[in-house]
Design a protein around this ligand. Sequence first.
Ligand SMILES: Cc1cc2nc3c(=O)[nH]c(=O)nc-3n(C[C@H](O)[C@H](O)[C@H](O)COP(=O)(O)OP(=O)(O)OC[C@H]3O[C@@H](n4cnc5c(N)ncnc54)[C@H](O)[C@@H]3O)c2cc1C
Ligand code: SF4
Length: 441
Amino acid sequence: MSYSPSSPAPGAGLHELLPPLTVHEAAVESARCLMCFDAPCTHACPTHIDIPKFIKKISTGNLLGSARTILESNLLGATCARVCPVQELCEGACVLGSEHKPIAIGRLQRHAMDYVYGKKIDIFRPAKSTGKKVAVVGAGPAGLSCAGELAKLGHAVTLYERRELAGGLSTYGIIVLREPIEVALAEVAMVQRLGVRIETGREVGADPTVTELQQNFDAVFLSVGLGNTPQLGIPGEEYILDGLQYIEGSKLQPSQLRIGRNVIVIGAGNTAVDCATIARRLGAERVTMLYRRTENEMTAYPHEYDFVKREGVTFWFLAQPVKVHHENGVVQALECVRISLGEPDSSGRPSPRPIPGSTMIFPADQIVKAIGQHKPSLTSILNLRTERGFIEVNDAFETSSPGIFAGGDCIRTRGSASTVMAVQDGKLAARSIHQRLVNHG
Ligand SMILES: Cc1cc2nc3c(=O)[nH]c(=O)nc-3n(C[C@H](O)[C@H](O)[C@H](O)COP(=O)(O)OP(=O)(O)OC[C@H]3O[C@@H](n4cnc5c(N)ncnc54)[C@H](O)[C@@H]3O)c2cc1C
Ligand code: SF4
């Protein structure tokens, strides 16, 4: 599927928030860059895109060369141009940020990417076949990056994806305001044109089995992401909507997504912010995010927190849900207890302690939970060594089972997971797998 800079998103009422830069705006913005030596923005980018180089090429009108510079480091440059938390990464490190406005690196990157995708230009071609076969499990950013890089090196890659569409959370989880679905699917198509065979509707573990993969391929890369939203374990939970499904509905079937008038979103991470944003943008009169700790512990990026407050979303901190009140399944309210914070728990954050007798009732006609994701599920089938439920890998991205590599959210034991980190894992794992296949036959 192709996208063009002006293609509207499918979600009714939801469109990409930032408009593309015009040619003039891109020229002016790129001319502001100081082309720093040993540029801090490049260091801050997890995929280490040579940022001054690609910006310089934009300033001289060489958009094709600019796109090549980006894609050499980051095969999913169109997605990352849109979804990267640039305030925390490249733009946050830009030397102009302290006294002036940082360079709009993300939007310039998007300008170059829109050019090549709009003109249907493929930058890379697959290399001569090595005769080696690699299976990649999971077609999110980590899997697509790994598969594409391996195909560029001449390996025959089959990518198994259990969902109907490839793209992982870029397709199903990142809100249209940030990334329209066409952009994710255009990158999937680009990886297919590199020669990667993508088999959707195939869940590894069931069909094919892991043993079949090990028998039929020279190496396996696991990029299965994380699982579903965990249970809160409270009465009436069956009437709470799952935040990931809420976002998915807003992307794939927006006309069928029911939005309440008075919505409570449980959680205070980036996914919760996204759910609250959707509810507001699609017509909820009142949206409240409810969190059992305080704003000091919330995991949403500061710029996301500021954004959602500007959207008119309000917050209840130090409140923990205990029961959903409903009439015949129609949600009426969320019962909570007040919390006091105690000693740090295993997450390093202060542990929430319910205050006895402090019940509070919050009226609501829709409740959405966005409280994280379960750990990867294939781990137990494969009997892999794990750390806090995440797959353990060595510096070469190899798991405790030789020949099985892993990357992306499923190995992210620390720090907040992001698309660009998954892309980098996929790229580095592809290099390790290539070395193994070339050196050890
Ligand atoms: C709601 C939400 C919003 C986000 N917003 C942003 C953002 O704005 N910016 C940002 O940088 N990051 C964001 N993230 C994080 C980012 O999406 C992830 O870090 C990134 O997608 C991880 O890529 P991945 O390839 O590891 O996993 P995923 O994208 O989760 O892909 C894993 C894939 O594996 C498939 N799979 C799983 N098990 C199997 C199996 N057994 N067989 C076959 N296929 C399988 C899944 O169906 C899925 O397609 C967001 C995350 C969420 C949940
Ligand atoms: S730090 Fe800022 S000014 Fe320097 S090269 Fe990077 S984008 Fe340009």
